[in-house]
Design a protein around this ligand. Structure first.
Ligand code: MN
Length: 274
């Protein structure tokens, strides 16, 4: 089994070393990760400059550091190493529960794997657990035994509590946040701002946040398509637009010209443009 390991904390994080070490029990491991910390960069890609891919060494494993985002690292890693079976992202220093699914670079790396048709697993540990990840290694091993061995899920987000009692499946605790700006003064007396978040609601039973609060390791299967199917149906019923006409007069499969035109419209850097 070929296992690509990435993260958003940077290639020299003790978390990625711990994860790669356990992963190497399950197959051949290659580490491809950002050269510096890229936490909270979400699913950003580096489209305005080229990327470099430089060999380094992580615990005797083949490793490459990239001047790009977590998603870039997964794309580049899969490009340079064909037939990757699974991508592991982490072990992040800091949990990625519920609302952090949007801005987490750790989760984005796993999502990038799923977008490439590979399996992606994001793994996050409590902030402050570093640098000693020894107590987590038996639990990481159990999670990988399950997710790399038996369960064929394309995309899973895993969070480890400080003192795990066991594993459970959990849904994402996506809550409203009091998205908070905190002003501070710089040395010259000018005001600067911290962008931060503060949870405002309690976690519901069965969610990842609740699971970790109760010291269970949470495993949350994710999907790439965030369409709200119930809302979509309600909207179609409540405000019928031109859907019926569009379905009636437009072919089920677009012409290559139409498909290419839209691809061009998506990006200035589209490779299909002359
Ligand atoms: Mn991180």
């Amino acid at each position: 089994m070929r296992i690509l390991v990435s993260n958003d904390d940077g290639i020299y994080s003790p978390g990625i070393a711990a994860l790669a070490e356990v992963a190497s029990e399950f197959g051949t491991v290659r580490v491809v990760a950002p050269d510096v910390e890229r936490s909270s960069t979400g699913h950003a890609i580096t489209a305005s400059r080229p990327l470099s891919y430089r060999a380094t060494n992580i615990k005797g494993l083949t490793a490459y550091r990239v001047n790009g985002t977590p998603a870039d690292c997964v794309s580049l890693g899969a490009y340079h190493w064909e037939k990757v079976d699974a991508v592991l992202s982490g072990l992040n220093i800091g949990l990625n529960l519920g609302n952090s699914l949007g801005h987490s670079g750790t989760v984005a790396a796993a999502k990038q794997a799923a977008l490439l048709g590979l399996r992606g697993i994001a793994l996050s540990a409590p902030s402050g657990a570093e640098p000693d990840f020894e107590p987590f290694k038996p639990w990481i091993r159990r999670v990988l035994q399950l997710l790399l061995g038996d369960v064929r899920l394309p995309l899973v987000n895993v969070n480890f509590p400080r003192d795990p009692r066991g594993l459970m499946w959990a849904r994402a605790s996506v809550r409203r946040y009091d998205g908070r700006i905190v002003p501070v003064k710089d040395p010259a007396g000018r005001t600067l701002f911290w962008s931060t978040v503060v949870p405002i609601e309690d976690a519901d039973a069965g969610t990842d946040r609740w699971a970790v609060e109760q010291n269970w390791i949470s495993l949350t299967p994710l999907r790439l398509d965030p369409t709200d199917d119930a809302q979509l149906q309600d909207a179609r019923d409540a405000w019928p637009l031109d859907d019926a006409l569009a379905m009636a007069v437009s072919p089920g499969t677009s012409s290559p010209e139409a498909a290419r035109s839209v691809r061009d419209d998506e990006s200035e850097a589209s490779l299909t443009k002359a």
